[in-house]
Every structure is written in C-alpha cells, then in structure tokens.
Design a protein around this ligand. Structure first.
Ligand code: ADP
Ligand code: MG
Length: 262
C-alpha cells in the first residue's frame, strides 16, 4: 500500500469518525495480509468491530443519562429471598414488551423489599436496548414541575418528560403531596398516557393514594390512567436491608463469642 493511500485511509477514518477501525486497522491489516485474508472478510471484520463498538457506546450513554441513583441489575436480584416476586413475570417484563406497548409497571410494598432495585434493573435493560430512559424520585419530580409552573414553563417541562420512552417515578407516597403537586402529577400522567411507559414504586397501597395525593378525585383519575394498561407487582416480604443487618449482627456476635471464649 502506498504511503499516500495509507494517509488518505487514516484521514478518512478520522473524518468519518470510524474510531474503532482507526484503532485496530494497522495491526489487523498486517496479520490479514500475511494470512492472505480476502478483501470481503477484511471489510466484514472491520465494519463489524466498528458497529459493535458504536452499539456498546450508545448503550452506555443511555445508561449514563438515565440518572439512576445506583446500578443494580435484574441479575443481581435474589428471587429466593423475595418469593412474593414472580421471577417469570420479571423475566417477561425484561423482554421490554411493556415498553413497546406503552404499558406501565407498578411495584408496591414496604421499605427495603427491592422495589427501586427492580425498577432500576428494568430501566438499565431498557437503556441498554437504547430506549430513552429516565429515573426520578416522586419528590424531585414534583419540585421540578412546581418550579417550571412558577416560571411559566410547565408545558415545556411536561413535553420534556413526555419524550422518555421509559420514565421511572420512584417513592410515591413517602412524602405527602399538596393539591397543587397532585394536579401537576396528574398532568404528567395524562400527557404520557398510552404513549409511553412509566414504572412507579410506592410503599402505599392504592387505597391509600387518596391520602398521598391529598384528594380522592385526583387520585382516582391518576390511578385510572396508570392502571388501564399496567402490571402490578405486590411485594410482601422482609426488608433486604434487615437481612444484611441480621447477617452483620450474627457475624458480630460470632466474632465476639470467639474472642470471649479464647
Ligand atoms: P425499596 O423497596 O425500599 O425500594 P430497594 O430496592 O432500594 O428497596 O432495596 C434496598 C437494598 O436492598 C438495595 O441495595 C437493593 O439492591 C437490595 N435488595 C433488595 N431486595 C433484594 C433482593 N431480593 N436481592 C438482592 N438485593 C436486594
Ligand atoms: Mg426505594
């Protein structure tokens, strides 16, 4: 290969942003030419490496912009510890059919049973599959909407949240919401209704949502839209945090006993 051609190839790879090919071409060509690999196989290998690299990078970017508070995957979830969670149902959800169908998922249950973990696990799966995903706690969402409303930017903000293929609204009901907050929440739900998927988590049963939203009528209107197309996962069980604590306490006890018996 002439120096001029080589220079042009390198320049064009840079111009076309074919980063991976640019990185591997020197070594690869040396081997490929020695082994007399045919041109079709060479092109196939190089383009395949570039595509895989770009796919992985795009997935990583989606996961990074989703704003997850921690990264736990569905594989990290111990189903044996939480038998009230149907593993097959979670596996079905992980196919992301609910995202394609613009359906919702609701995780209900007391603190520490894995609601946020499962929501994030599904969120990571969706983001890796290049669905625009965003995580936000209910409290942060309401304060963002309140702020936008105050600044006369509510429609713009609602449009912003409506663009996510999957929105995770975590911790509904941990803090009480005033009627203004409930109204703004309703507007967001109405905007996303039947267009995109939302995952909700709450420590409060649906019958308590009237209190959560400070108004039975708004709560009913919100629930009506959420539950029209939704999978509800009711988790009844012990807190995983407590399990960790129990294990810690018993191992501490063991160490103390060993030391005392010495
Ligand atoms: P919450 O139901 O309050 O949202 P989280 O999902 O935040 O609870 O779970 C609390 C902690 O326990 C997290 O670190 C989470 O990863 C872990 N956890 C909860 N349930 C399980 C489980 N079944 N297997 C593995 N880790 C779990
Ligand atoms: Mg949580």
């Amino acid at each position: 290969m002439s120096n001029v051609a080589y220079e042009r190839i390198k320049n064009n790879l840079e111009k076309l942003k074919l980063t991976k090919i640019n990185e591997i071409i020197d070594n690869y060509l040396e081997i490929a030419l020695k082994e007399e690999t045919n041109i079709v196989d060479i092109l196939d290998y190089l383009l395949d490496q570039e595509t895989k690299f770009k796919d992985t990078r795009a997935s990583e970017i989606q996961v990074n912009v989703a704003g997850f508070p921690y990264r736990k995957t569905l594989e990290d979830f111990e189903f044996e510890f939480q038998p009230s969670v149907d593993k097959r149902l979670v596996e079905e959800l992980s196919t992301l059919r609910f995202v394609y169908n613009a359906e919702n998922v609701v995780f209900l249950g007391p603190p520490g049973v894995g609601k946020t973990h499962l929501a994030i696990g599904l969120g990571i799966t969706a983001a890796k599959n290049r669905h625009l995903t965003y995580y936000i706690s209910c409290q942060d969402l309401i304060s963002e909407l309140n702020k936008a409303h105050f600044e006369n930017q509510l429609q713009k903000k609602l449009k912003h949240y409506a663009k996510y293929k999957l929105l995770i609204i975590d911790e509904i009901g941990y803090l009480p919401m005033d009627i203004q907050g409930a109204n703004l929440f309703f507007q967001l739900i109405a905007k996303r209704y039947e267009k995109c998927s939302t995952i909700f988590t709450s420590n409060k049963s649906f019958s308590q949502w009237g209190e959560v939203f400070s108004d039975n009528t708004i709560a009913a209107a919100i629930l009506d839209r959420i539950l029209h197309h939704a999978t509800v996962v009711n988790i009844k069980g012990e807190s995983y945090r407590l399990k960790d604590r129990k294990e810690y306490m018993s191992s501490r006890k063991e160490i103390t006993n060993t030391l005392l018996n010495k």
